[in-house]
Design a protein around this ligand. Sequence first.
Ligand code: BG6
Length: 477
Amino acid sequence: MSDLTFPAGFLWGGALAANQAEGGYREGGKGLTTVDMIPHGAARMPVKLGLEKRFSLRDDEYYPSHEAIDFYHRYKEDIALMAEMGFTVFRTSIAWSRLFPRGDEPQPNAEGIAFYRSLFEECKKYGIEPLVTLCHFDVPMHLVVEYGSWRNRKMVDFFARYARTCFEAFDGLVKYWLTFNEINILLHSPFSGAGLVFEEGENQHQVKYQAAHHELVASALATRIAHEVNPANQVGCMLAGGNFYPWSCKPEDVWAALEKDRENLFFIDVQARGAYPAYAARLFREKGVTLEMADQDAEILKHSVDFVSFSYYASRCASAEMNEQNSSAANVVKSLTNPHIKRSDWGWGIDPLGLRITMNMMYDRYQKPLFLVENGLGAQDKVEADGSINDDYRISYLREHIRAMAQAIDDGVPVMGYTTWGCIDLVAASTGEMSKRYGFVYVDRDDLGRGSLARSRKKSFWWYKKVIASNGRDLGA
Ligand code: BG6
């Protein structure tokens, strides 16, 4: 038994996202979204990054989001499994295009609303609080094609209408909301992050930061609307987190790490503090960015979030000499390879202490409760002859990160809850693979969409059930 404790009422659960789990990509009146256009295989990256324009589907490609793990039809069975583990919170996202298939309609699609009502009611049946992301990597394609997605100011109104619809339609069922998943990923993966596609020769920084401004205004507006609809609503921002370590104590490396952290924290600085940070002026000047801001924007931005949520997979590392050649992407953000930490099968660092460091930094900076809404190990699982899956590596990763989170709580950081990523196996956002598995529940499906989609419990399923039952005291070692 661990001697570190979690507060009473701490929320334990897991997370997924519509675009990586639901499938049913044209069912119930749903429109096409950005992720529906991103193929599996070699062509994936240029599309994700917004370097290749893909506005129509091709017959010779496989699109993993189209069926994903068929959560759209199997959510009752899946929620029952989460309930069996003792979840008190379940994070998922609403597919914007199920409610507004094109994105710019005046009225929502009733079938989409009915689907999510039923899903949230199913959670409530088991005493599970839904934690709902409004936009997790899926912008309706019509908004991309017609309006240029978030480069266009009109998106603020479309998003505000969508957000209001959700707060009103699911009032009484959902009280924890996130506006944009990993909002900083807009800089690193512009099409999957924000539906941006670049024209040749344009200043990409200008496009990205103008789009970021629109998202930040939309997020603040949604926060305001959530509070208007029901003051009990709690709204969070969401960061793809993980501090940058300096490669060495050379002052130039320390500065490079600070700058890299700011690149990502820029978004949260606005969402949690209600205004642009002081360093933004120089950042914009150096990148040749001139923001177009409407008169009311500064006022809208003051509607800061109630809590700060984040994903944490690994820490990062930067030096003054960092460049395209000596760095590689883990969770999309480029980093040097830190020789002091281990790596996963996919080359992502494994650094539990980095989680404690990140959480302390974030609370020092924002003084708002934190919510760790994504954490986990993407690994290859082996199904034994008797059907069992012995994922000790996943248990060990999660155990060490839960310990680090408990230590951060002991350091004085208030933490609302913990949702592991991909509590049931789903499609990987970066690679589109199914073989990169995060779940407590295994899904019989491979990288090319073959398999029965049957669900089965892994060893970690029973382990996490005990963690939850003991409120984090029994970590199994
Ligand atoms: C985060 C995303 O970037 O990391 C998730 O919010 C994603 O959507 C997760 O799935 C893990 O990344 P990947 O590429 O292993 O799926």
